[in-house]
Design a protein around this ligand. Sequence first.
Ligand code: GEK
Length: 264
Amino acid sequence: MGRAAVTLKKGSKKRSKMSSGLDTLYSSPLDKLVDFNFDEKVANVFPDMINRSVPGYASIVAMTGILSAEFYQPGTRCYDLGCSLGASALSMAKAIKDDYLRIIAVDNSQAMLKKAQTLLDQSDHVESNRDCIELICDDINHIDVNNASVVVMNFTLQFIALEQRSDLLKKIYQGMKQGGILILSEKLNYNDEAQQKLLIDMHHFFKKANGYSDLEISQKRQTIENVLLPETLDKHKVRLQEAGFKQVEQWFQCFNFSSLIAIK
Ligand code: GEK
């Protein structure tokens, strides 16, 4: 399966100087805009970046805990695919009351997982229930999903190559228990030009209101457009149904950001 546990390299103490901070990565004009990637610089500002960039992010993370507590089946596993710093995994860990809870949190960015490990270590042992979370550094296309009653993909599928998305969802479905849920949160695209423009404009109003300048918005958009590939709500629903999910419902939307629940 090619899993790799998170390994902290020597010298990681130095990095603690670079504490979590404000996202100013695109605040000055950059000579060369390289494709966005989840490196150490991003990991260090990630909570600020995602909260100021994704409308409804905090609500979706909180609801992930609430929904997972209701649909979790004792004796099964939970997965957080594309876990970043582990926010959704922690939300599940706090909400699900089961001494035998096991949450597999997967990300292919070593930098993000190193930061996730630091945050877990710093969290209150009892309050966070962190011991049930296992961090795995791997591509979610390569991991096995087994005996799952809750699978969460909060803003991760959008980074997966378009041609790999169906197979990934089919694999997830196959690894799930009857009655289990997939929470899928994504940035959306619209086929209608006017609708697309309005939704994107509203997202930019949100970012400006959160302190990002026009330069930051524009540079970030250019670096991310080849990497984050949004699709329409219909496309997501049809693909989930084709994977086998018997009920698919959109439960959240703010501007062009949405979350779906798919029940096996
Ligand atoms: C949260 N869910 O805070 N395999 C594993 N991880 C991947 C892959 C892949 N193939 N591609 C991208 N990632 C999180 C937020 S962020 C969303 C998710 C965003 C990882 C990538 O390294 C990053 O950590 C995450 O998916 C996407 O609730 O930044 O917009």
